[in-house]
Design a protein. Structure first.
Length: 327
């Protein structure tokens, strides 16, 4: 505590020891010890003109206290890998879109479910946002680190995470960070072994994906081929082809299944079910095998639906999120 020296504190009660005053302030109390004035001290006090001078034993002078200052608000968050927009008030919910998607995929959900402070993550290089540093090197792990930095620097306490597809992988990476407090996690249509979404595994497809990524980004023919593929994809037309290619390679080489046993938070996995009954059973078996041993995990298939469950089944998806968040 900083106290300004505003004068001689003992002026009205005699020569009170400055050391005692400082000691009283350091223990957080304005109370001073009871001082008994001697005869010599009494003679030093001026007599009041209308009555005999008296000395009150045990009284204390009024010591001005510094005003209590509120904590400074966090500085605006800036990142070369993500952009973030916070909307609303209430418990914090962080929404992470998938590959080549932007925050708009959550618009119908957030409109139907008010009462939260939503943090919309936009990965640079996707959905019209310039790539910036995501043009260089890996994408997945650095983006996860930036979202973690956003949570810390903006002082968000125990947010809920909802991630779709690649955003689900990012959500799992965040939930596995030991220094980060996450309240709960929802993964939307994503397996912990990213290559398993294509019917393979990180050990089988990962090396091939890395080689293909090098070809697509590192040769003129590969770059043209990648650009054509992205341009023909409705979800990727406004996204950076190189960022998409690198992200796919990162996902294909990422297998979080062995680490999920360390998760110590509620986990909800919502996955898409095709219209065909036999394919539904196969899809359910894949997700149960991937997440079935994770404690506190709940799995729910929604269908018929494609990969974008929040668009194909908006009412049922919103009901799942409402239950997941506790409202």
């Amino acid at each position: 505590m900083i106290v300004s020296d505003s004068g001689n504190i003992g002026e009205n009660i005699g020569q009170i020891s400055r050391r005692a005053v400082v000691a009283g302030l350091l223990v957080g109390s304005c109370s001073l010890p009871v001082w008994r004035a001697g005869a010599q001290e009494a003679q030093m006090l001026p007599a009041r003109p209308d009555s005999q001078a008296t000395i009150q034993v045990g009284t204390q002078p009024s010591i001005p206290q510094p005003p209590v200052q509120a904590a400074a608000p966090p500085a605006p968050f800036r990142s070369h890998r993500i952009a973030v927009r916070a909307v609303g008030s209430g418990p914090d919910v962080i929404l992470i879109p998938g590959l080549a998607s932007g925050p708009q995929i959550w618009n119908r959900l957030t409109a139907a479910l008010p009462g939260y402070r939503y943090h919309f993550i936009h990965v640079r290089g996707f959905a019209g946002l310039p790539a910036d540093l995501n043009s260089y090197g890996h994408v997945l792990a650095p983006v996860a680190d930036e979202i973690a930095r956003y949570i810390r620097e903006t002082r968000i306490h125990a947010p809920s995470l909802i991630g779709h597809s690649m955003g689900g992988t990012l959500g799992m990476l965040l939930a596995l960070k030991p220094q980060l407090a996450i309240a709960r996690l929802m993964v939307v249509d994503m397996l912990p072994d990213g290559a398993a979404m294509l019917g393979s595994s990180s050990s089988g497809l990962g090396q091939l994906a890395a080689q293909l990524n090098s070809y697509l980004k590192g040769t003129p023919v590969g770059r043209q081929l990648l650009s054509d593929m992205v341009r023909q994809s409705p979800g990727g037309r406004d996204s950076d082809p190189a960022v998409i290619s690198q992200s796919l390679a990162d996902i294909a080489q990422q297998n979080l299944a062995p680490s999920l046993a360390r998760l110590n938070l509620p986990l909800r996995v919502v996955y898409a079910l095709p219209a065909d009954g036999k394919l539904q059973a196969s899809q359910a078996n894949r997700f149960r095998a991937a997440y079935g041993r994770v404690k506190n995990a709940q799995l729910q298939g929604l269908g018929p639906s494609g990969h974008m469950i929040m668009q194909d089944q908006p009412a049922r998806f919103t009901a799942q999120v409402r239950d997941f968040l506790g409202k």
